[in-house]
Design a protein around this ligand. Structure first.
Ligand SMILES: [Mn+2]
Length: 588
């Protein structure tokens, strides 16, 4: 509206100036008559302009018309505009059904079933995205590929309808649903019947359980669009989500573009996206995906908040890629099972082989993050090993140090994938770390300075730390616990800067001594380039003692320390075996 009125105002201004000019040039006797004529002309001109601009406007609307118009919401419909649904059912059979649905799917399907498959979402993009113009006729078309396994009816179909109701008809070639050998009854005949009534939706089925990667590859092999857009099977697309992805790929064929992933709460289906700058993807040295704020170096490259943001990794299932470029890059590693790890493998490959991985801030898609993974991820570690073996060069050791059991994983044959890396003349992992993800600290991992931190006086006990939660790493105390040899929460590293680092995860954390206490508390390590705080400094001496310089005391393995449990405690230095420490990489 705003753009149209402004344009018309400009034209009328010009017409007005001409009129004023003519008025003064005309002989006095004819002025009134001329003025009337000109006014008449102006009215006619305005009418013409009005008609013209409404034609232009209608044409723009026609171009971006979705495959289906969204039906009007019922009055009082639950969850409209992404509002939370809290049923608070009294104890009884209905409440039991609700609880059972959470048990089965790790998502409150009972609530989902009560929300319209066509619900509207709140506007959660930068307002500048709304006025971006696209040349719809020149954008590539896309096939949206959605692979699923035993997905609930309402979450799956809400995904399908939301794609159909937000994607411009002229850009959406088709939706390809890939059923990865589900056994739920509603995904058989009933699903076939339902989608046979929908335009542009196709269903293909695998003949055995293939996992996410091979399921998606099956979908891709049937796709007719220029671009492949992969979505998860419990998503809701924000208005205008598709055009920015396709526009960017038209501009740069080797760009793999992700939408901003907004969160749909698993219990209430509240839509939690926000229009602020999105976060980008990274990973920690367990090869677990992590989120980060956009670094300064990247912000400096961007001219507008609607410009794409380069990201070292992608979160997982949601991205668009030129179909031919996807094939050139070696599509997916079909040696990967079920899911987990394929997102990092593909991220490394994109960057190392000459592409770019980006997040488009104008493309928002909601995703239901389940309470916990609904089915086994036992294959995720083997997938990570494949990624490490093909792409990470010597840096794979940093990963293996923190997950010693990964070395024992059967990960299949990677000869073909290594050959692909050679054929495409991809860059090495050092280049990737330095140029794409310089924020990631690479641990030193010097010999005999990482792994289990053991004590001579209490041989079967190791330094052990459990963070308060998956999202908060700091604040708890270091204890001693029977050694398990699995890395993870018993992995520590002693650095050249005299820190005892707990660095299986990101951000890295360091052991510190709070004033007036004698135990170890975990804090964040200093930022790169800053000095080590005095209370985090320990000298690891030749004789095996760990000397805390600030208090001039030594760490002493104490059986009956915190709440009667074993822990390392600061005491006056002696040559007791309980003050002799050593690192060991593996149990055996
Ligand atoms: Mn998901």
């Amino acid at each position: 509206m705003w753009g149209r009125r402004r344009r018309r105002g400009g034209l009328l201004g010009v017409v007005g100036l001409v009129l004023v000019g003519l008025y003064w040039l005309a002989p006095k006797s004819r002025r009134q008559q001329q003025q009337q004529e000109l006014l008449r002309d102006e009215k006619a001109l305005e009418l013409q302009l009005q008609q013209l601009s409404s034609v232009v406007w209608a044409e723009a609307l026609r171009e971006r018309r979705p495959v289906y118009e969204r039906p009007q919401a019922e009055p009082g419909a639950l969850g409209e505009l992404g509002s939370p649904v809290r049923l608070e059912l009294p104890p009884g059979p209905e409440r039991e059904r609700e609880e059972q649905s959470v048990q089965d799917h790790q998502i409150n399907i009972y609530v989902s079933d009560r929300i319209s498959l066509h619900r509207r979402l709140p506007e959660r993009w930068n307002p500048l995205c709304r006025v971006k113009k696209y040349q719809f006729h020149y954008l590539p078309t896309t096939s949206v590929i959605i692979s699923f396994y035993n997905e609930a009816w309402s979450t799956l179909l809400r995904t399908v309808h939301s794609v159909l109701e937000t994607s411009p008809d002229i850009l959406l070639e088709e939706i390809i649903l890939v059923d990865d050998y589900s056994d739920k009854e509603h995904l058989k005949k009933r699903l076939e019947n339902y989608i046979s009534g929908l335009k542009k939706v196709r269903l293909v089925r695998t003949t055995k359980r293939e996992g996410l990667v091979r399921g998606r590859l099956l979908g891709a092999s049937k796709a007719k669009g220029d671009v492949l857009t992969f979505l998860d099977c419990h998503c809701e697309c924000h208005d205008g989500w598709l055009e920015p992805l396709l526009d960017r790929i038209k501009e740069k064929e080797s760009a793999v573009v992700c939408p901003v992933i907004d969160s749909v709460e698993w219990n209430t289906f509240e839509y939690l996206g926000n229009p602020e700058e999105p976060q980008i993807g990274g990973f920690d040295w367990r090869l677990v995906f992590t989120w980060h704020a956009i670094p300064q170096r990247e912000q400096k490259q961007r001219l507008s908040p609607t410009d794409v943001i380069r990201s070292p990794t992608m979160a997982g299932g949601l991205f668009a890629v030129d179909k031919k470029y996807f094939e050139y890059l070696g599509s997916y590693d079909s040696g990967m099972e079920i899911w987990g790890g394929e997102n990092l493998e593909f991220s490394f490959r994109i960057w190392q082989c000459g592409g770019t991985l980006e997040i488009h801030p104008c493309s928002h898609v909601g995703h239901v993050f389940p309470r916990q993974a609904p089915y086994s991820r036992s294959k995720a570690l083997a997938n990570s090993v494949r990624a490490a073996e093909v792409w990470m060069d010597k840096y794979k050791e940093v990963f293996y140090h923190r997950s010693p059991h990964a070395r024992l994983q059967a990960y299949g044959d990677v000869t073909e994938r290594r050959k692909l890396r050679e054929d495409l003349k991809c860059k090495d992992f050092k280049w990737y770390l330095e140029n794409v993800y310089p924020e990631l600290h690479v641990p030193e991992d010097r010999p005999d300075s990482f792994g289990m931190l053991k004590n001579k006086g209490m041989e079967n006990y190791c330094f052990d730390y459990n963070p308060p939660s998956e999202h908060q790493i700091t604040g708890n105390k270091v204890i001693l616990y029977p050694c398990h040899g699995m890395g993870q929460n018993q992995f520590f590293e002693y650095t050249l800067n005299n820190e005892i680092r707990y660095n299986t995860r990101h951000p890295e954390a360091c052991a510190a001594v709070d004033a007036g206490t004698n135990y170890l508390t975990i804090y964040l390590c200093r930022d790169e380039g800053q000095n080590v705080p005095d209370n985090q400094k320990f000298i690891f001496k030749e004789d095996g003692s760990l000397f805390h310089t600030q208090t001039q005391k030594c760490l002493h393995a104490t059986a009956n320390a915190l709440d009667g449990n074993p822990a390392p405690i600061l005491k006056d230095c002696t040559d007791s075996d309980h003050q002799k420490w050593f690192f060991k990489e593996r149990l055996m």
